[in-house]
Design a protein around this ligand. Structure first.
Ligand code: PGA
Ligand code: ZN
Length: 412
């Protein structure tokens, strides 16, 4: 769903809402029409809501007052989860208004958000193998990613990633297991066990001439809510059910044996106790990211900080439904000492707003999917353009951007 915001001065702001496949239950609702057309995914109803109600409510307002505009959207919708007008409709309006405001100021969005301060390009995490809901559950873990922790610039980080991506493809081809790519452009995960993907990833890093852990580390998104059934976690590929403790033990074993620096949603979105125990066990060694667990909600971030249930936030603006609410979640995470990662969704477009948010908000990290397919490359390329525009003034977040460590590692 694309929205245009036109200002009296003639400036137009434009944004497109993304969509997730492995959504958290606490997310703003992605409003679809249902019925037979387009498999039920049409957005005619959401479009009508913007053209009629939203346009009438926003016409004449000051576009530079983003919190005010977003407040109107939230009030107009009137539901806790934005199901009346749709989180997809509202986030597109909110981001389009933000683009219009930057355009009116005559600035690139990242600079408009940042002000005159120094700009830092984010540390990227890039998917090499897709899995879970993004690959027909061919393997259980959703994202096998690399993090170029030793790179000295965003461009170098992407150069290294390109080489690792090629090397991983070459390994799969040599094994007769190269079957194209999954939803986010990572290779189709034709592995016999989840751990085989980790093994292959380390070898690909070495094939690419990089030192595992030192130059190129590994990040996982377990998306464990997708595995959760009746209090247990189902590893379909390995034909076994684990309880929370056993899943945590399995993941900690991987952390011990592989250069993993970040792990997202290691346990289910309702498993507070599991997340606490996991964070107490390894939160001083790895970044523990809440995606489905936090759904870009400031309130949930504050609770997770009190619970010591993770130490980093994935920021997906469409989970919140407005730019202002996404920013509030990021601020809450920062106040808690959490790492922050601005993230795309598995359903993406050419829209590059999130790259500007990552730089303009100084988030430190960016997650976009793999190093293939134009909806992914559009984001990486935008980051390169920003770094190029900054020239010598460009700074790169690097390893220091990773969240980690609980204050004392103890359970509350
Ligand atoms: P989604 O996946 O966009 O399908 O929710 C991305 C993620 O889990 O990080
Ligand atoms: Zn996730």
């Amino acid at each position: 769903m694309e929205v245009e915001v036109r200002l009296r001065c003639g400036v137009i702001g434009c944004a497109i809402a993304p969509a997730g496949a492995s959504t958290g239950s606490g997310e703003a609702v992605d409003l679809r029409d249902g019925g037979a057309a387009f498999g039920g995914y049409d957005v005619a109803h959401a479009v009508r809501g913007v053209e009629e109600e939203v346009a009438a409510a926003l016409r004449g307002r000051d576009v530079t007052d983003q919190p005010g505009m977003d407040g109107v959207l939230v009030e107009l919708d009137g539901t806790a989860d934005k199901r009346r007008l749709g989180g997809n409709a509202l986030v597109a309006v909110s981001m389009a208004a933000l683009h219009a405001a930057a355009g009116a100021a005559g600035k690139p969005l990242w600079r408009y958000l940042l002000g005159e301060g120094p700009a830092r390009l984010p540390l990227p995490e890039i998917q090499i193998f897709g899995g879970g809901a993004h690959a027909g559950r061919r393997v259980d873990v959703q994202d096998f990613m690399v993090v170029p922790v030793g790179a000295s610039s965003f461009a170098e980080a992407l150069d290294w990633t390109a080489e690792v991506y090629r090397a991983a493809g070459a390994r799969l081809a040599a094994a007769g297991r190269l079957y194209g790519v999954a939803d986010e452009g990572g290779y189709w995960p034709a592995f016999d066990a989840n751990e085989d993907a980790l093994e292959c990833l380390v070898r690909a890093i070495e094939d690419a001439g990089r030192i595992p852990g030192e130059e190129m580390a590994i990040s996982l998104d377990v998306a464990a809510s997708e595995l959760h059934q009746a209090g247990r976690y189902r590893l379909g590929l390995e034909r076994r059910d684990l309880d929370g403790d056993a899943l945590a033990e399995l993941l900690i074993g991987w952390i011990d044996r592989y250069p993993i620096v970040s792990i997202e949603d290691p346990l289910g979105e309702d498993d507070v106790r599991g997340m606490q125990r996991f964070t107490a066990a390894v939160g001083d060694r790895v970044q523990i990211v809440g995606d489905d667990y936090l759904v870009t909600s400031a309130r949930r971030v504050e609770q997770a900080a009190r619970d010591r249930a993770c130490n980093a936030l994935l920021v997906k603006p469409n989970q919140a439904g407005t730019v202002t609410e996404a920013r509030a979640a990021l601020d809450a995470a920062r106040a808690a000492g959490f790492g922050t990662i601005v993230s795309a969704r598995s359903g993406e477009t050419e829209d590059v707003t999130i790259v500007h948010l990552a730089v303009g908000w100084g988030a430190g990290q960016l997650k976009v999917g793999s190093f293939a397919r134009s909806e992914r490359m559009a984001k990486w390329n935008e980051g390169l353009r920003i770094e190029g525009a900054l020239g010598d003034a460009a700074d790169f977040a690097g390893r220091a951007a990773l969240g980690g460590s609980t204050p004392d590692g103890s359970l509350p």
